[in-house]
Design a binder for this molecule. Sequence first.
Ligand SMILES: Nc1ncnc2c1ncn2[C@@H]1O[C@H](COP(=O)(O)OP(=O)(O)OP(=O)(O)O)[C@@H](O)[C@H]1O
Length: 283
Amino acid sequence: MTVAVHLENVHKTYNNIPVVNDLSFTINAGDMFGLLGPNGAGKSTTIRMLTTLTKPSQGQIEVFGYDVVSQPILAKQCLGVVLQAISVDGDLTVWENMELHARLHHIANPGRQRLIDQWLEYVELAPRRNSLVKTLSGGMKRRLQIARALLHQPQILFLDEPTVGLDPQTRRRLWEIIRDLNKQGMTMLLTTHYMDEVEYLCDRIGIMDGGKLISLGTLQELRSTHGEGLVVKQVGERWEYVFFPTLEDANSYLNQQENKTGMMVRPSNLEDIFVELTGRKLD
Ligand SMILES: Nc1ncnc2c1ncn2[C@@H]1O[C@H](COP(=O)(O)OP(=O)(O)OP(=O)(O)O)[C@@H](O)[C@H]1O
């Protein structure tokens, strides 16, 4: 199994304040990995370190075997990145944005034109190739960012909150693109604070809070660790959640109760686990 990303005891501090704290995990080639966490958890900082945009204060990061600090150029050749802020130039056309990026990556013709055509076609922006980027919708700009990030044929794509601020239909469309790229063999790491996004897209999930990785695994592994069955109890004005190893355990607990008023059993989900781990809900 080829290792795509490896972080070992990674720390990042800004003005002596830790924002990423002792992060260690591995992503294998072909994985679709989701980093879930609330605002300020350290997800963007982690992506910035992984993509050589900022250096870790401590620890080691490798992308496809290349150290991001000592071999940044080689690491950058393997990776594509779609940052949270729309980073395409609004005063250039779609085509010019692609062309500029391709030239920056020293992609020579005739291959350059073919690759631009291919990726614009893929993200369904070919009909808008001569439009100024500032005239595109948010979803189109995001798709352009993705097409641009794929031009130099990276092995891994990093997406920082790719669907934030997009309407539900546009989100779904982007999800299909992300999923399809992964099916074609592209390793993906995406950050998000949307539960449904990780549940729908990701085969492994890392939960970050306060700069730390507080849980890691597949959804099924997380559910097995924290409990697959849940009893929800109404206590006065609030709801109390009690985890049980299995749904049957939760049911038998409920059956033993004399007064079952305000109690309900259901399978646990990612949101329950997140709330259990962090003590709060995501926005
Ligand atoms: N350049 C910087 N200088 C100082 N503090 C920073 C800098 N970049 C990030 N931080 C701080 O680091 C913490 C983590 O921020 P980060 O953007 O990595 O979190 P996040 O999980 O991606 O959240 P969001 O979803 O809001 O982007 C925050 O408290 C943020 O204010």
